[in-house]
Design a protein around this ligand. Sequence first.
Ligand code: DX5
Ligand code: ZN
Length: 217
Amino acid sequence: MAAQITPSTLSADFARLADEARAVAGADWLHVDVMDNHFVPNLTLGVPVVESLARATDTPLDCHLMIEDPDRWAPQYVEAGASSVTFHVEAAAAPVRLAREIRAKGARASMALKPATPIEPFEDLLPELDMLLIMTVEPGFGGQAFLDIMLPKIRRTRELISKHGLQLWLQVDGGVSASTIERCAEAGADVFVAGSAVYGADDPAEAVRALRARAQT
Ligand code: DX5
Ligand code: ZN
């Protein structure tokens, strides 16, 4: 699959979200980081903002829920207009049931792993998912340094996906930039979240193009 870039609105200007979405209109997705100050020590936005943003942009929304009790809340993000909803396995009480519910409501179901969470215990869950997100920083904040030690996990996950003959997308999130994206792609990732590397650039649209080109080399 061709590399997909999903700029993270965490590094955008929250007072101008619709404009910030337009600034990266060439992106495949818009990554929306939802934080509740419990699962992670930071607070961002919730369902009403996602609903407004979904109306304001044609770019599909890729919602990353860094929240407690995603079993209760994730379906509401599908109803709000998200095309892909990612919940953390560390927070989900019933990940299979939740993934099925997200799919049944019409969105892509995705599950995220924090850096210290291994993939192996979840091998049997992979067919229930449309995407797996491997965090390459501790979730909570933008602008952190990419954790190189996650590369073997990305590689092993790609091998498991191939072994089962699945069409699962493999997303990486955290510290993805022009200098780290090639290593992620080489390890098997195909969907790349980038916050500071896109919105911290003088020309965010050009940053998206440059990242995509690098991921494909
Ligand atoms: C971090 C968020 C990321 C964040 C990435 O917890 O999940 O999506 O915005 O930011 P950068 O690309 O700056 O590391
Ligand atoms: Zn994220």
